[in-house]
Design a protein. Structure first.
Length: 446
């Protein structure tokens, strides 16, 4: 019995020793990433809460639709290039020739996507504006203006992804906080010091200046860091060809995934604008903003783990660590969802606002958000194998949600979230099966 107790004590000590070792090694890097993500989450939340509290429901609903346009432009014109850079261009030695080749090839792909996908998306948005019940109330000039903001966000993400791939986490962290902080600062000045009513044009000006300055800063520091990198003797022709092939193999499925998933993600807001009232658009959009804040808080850890998994060459070790990460996220996300529901119920008792009048809808939203986090974790894990073919499955399944919205024509936020959650669960199951297949293939090759 004493022997068994000593063995258990030893195993416990080894476990806590490993935990402390991992904490000590990765915590200094994760601190700036989490801190910046927390700042981004907090500033975005405060900006949304200020707009909800200080602007009429119609203005907020219009801004929600405008932000949906901005998001779609950002994702479509990026086409998965930034996520490809963040994964594929990751390197510890920071070779300048390697960096410049990735930058050149990525820029070529990115320019083509901006021209082709940007034009296609503008046509789709114009049709929504022409046919939409609530959409048509927003002037086409402002729709084009927010389209431009999306392009600025796409260029900013492009620069940030290279900083992340190079391991420049401090630069990456504070640069991604600039635009949200600047936007919040402008909103506070306008709402509390000038005290005039905020229009959609005012909100566009704030977004345009915030993300325009953010892009300029990111580009400046990226060029500055690039000049400090050291070059090594490598075969540029072979490296360039390999990088070009690897990039296209990753971007091609990612592009399809980006297009379909972005439409699926914002289809609730867009179809709400087609079939529902401004109240439904506002409730759905506010809860979705909460979901984005959750993802922003979760994002630094997810991206960091993805980069670390990519750098692990032993497939068995990569699979084992990915499995532990997935289990950790599943447990933490449950606890976080319970906490959020408690905060919502508590806020309902002390604050009288229309967003706190839908507790059942909020439960359905938490269900959808939980499996959305699992989806993001699984996508990062599968991408660490240098492949993006799993995104074919997720994108086409999500496209089915668009058909559901078209046929059902949902008029409540609860039904919108219920459809969202059901499709995410199905995708998570498929991702899990693909992940298990990676291990089975490894066993067969041994």
């Amino acid at each position: 019995m004493n022997y068994l107790n000593s063995v258990r004590l030893l195993s416990s000590l080894e476990f806590y020793s490993k935990i402390f070792s991992l904490f000590k090694r990765h915590f200094p890097i994760l601190v700036p990433l989490w801190s910046s993500s927390g700042i981004v989450s907090l500033t975005n939340a405060l900006s949304i809460f200020l707009l909800v509290a200080k602007t009429p429901k119609y203005i907020f609903a219009s801004y929600a639709i405008a932000q949906a346009i901005t998001f779609l432009v950002n994702v479509w014109t990026d086409g998965g290039v930034s996520s490809a850079i963040q994964v594929l261009a990751a390197q510890d030695e920071n070779n300048k020739a390697h960096f410049e080749t990735y930058k050149k090839e990525s820029l070529n792909v990115s320019v083509r996507l901006i021209l082709i996908m940007g034009l296609l998306l503008w046509v789709i948005i114009f049709l929504f504006h022409y046919k939409g019940k609530f959409f048509e109330k927003i002037p086409l000039t402002l729709i084009n203006a927010f389209f431009l903001v999306g392009l600025l966000q796409s260029r900013q993400s492009f620069c940030l992804s290279f900083l992340y791939a190079l391991g420049k986490f401090n630069h990456y962290s504070w640069l991604q906080t600039f635009s949200p902080i600047f936007r919040l600062f402008c909103l506070i000045i306008i709402l509390y010091f000038f005290c005039f009513s905020v229009s959609l044009m005012t909100l566009f000006c704030i977004d345009f200046i915030s993300y325009g300055l953010g892009w300029l800063l990111c580009g400046y520091f990226l060029n500055k860091i690039e000049n400090r990198l050291s070059s090594k003797n490598i075969n540029n022709i072979i490296i360039t060809q390999n990088i070009r092939n690897e990039l296209w193999k990753f971007v091609f499925p990612s592009l399809q995934s980006s297009v379909l998933l972005s439409i699926a993600h914002w289809s609730g807001t867009l179809f709400g604008a087609l079939f529902a009232t401004d109240t439904v658009v506002a409730i759905y959009s506010i809860f979705q903003r909460c979901n984005q804040i959750i993802l922003l808080a979760f994002g630094p850890l997810n991206n960091y783990i993805g980069r670390k998994l990519r750098l692990i060459h032993a497939i068995t070790e990569r699979f084992f660590k990915a499995k532990k990460y997935l289990f950790f996220i599943a447990i933490i996300d449950i606890l976080f969802s319970i906490l959020l529901y408690g905060v919502y119920i508590l806020a309902n008792k002390y604050y009288h606002h229309y967003i706190f009048e839908y507790p059942n809808t909020f439960i359905i939203f938490l269900f959808s958000a939980y499996f959305g986090i699992i989806y993001c974790a699984m996508d990062t894990i599968l991408s660490a194998w240098g492949k993006a073919t799993h995104r074919f499955f997720s994108s086409w399944i999500s496209a089915g949600k668009i058909l559901f919205f078209s046929f059902i024509q949902p008029k409540t936020a609860a039904l919108l979230f219920l459809i969202d959650g059901s499709f995410v669960v199905l995708i998570d199951i498929i991702f899990l099966l693909i992940f298990i297949s990676f291990k089975q293939k490894e066993i067969k090759t041994v």
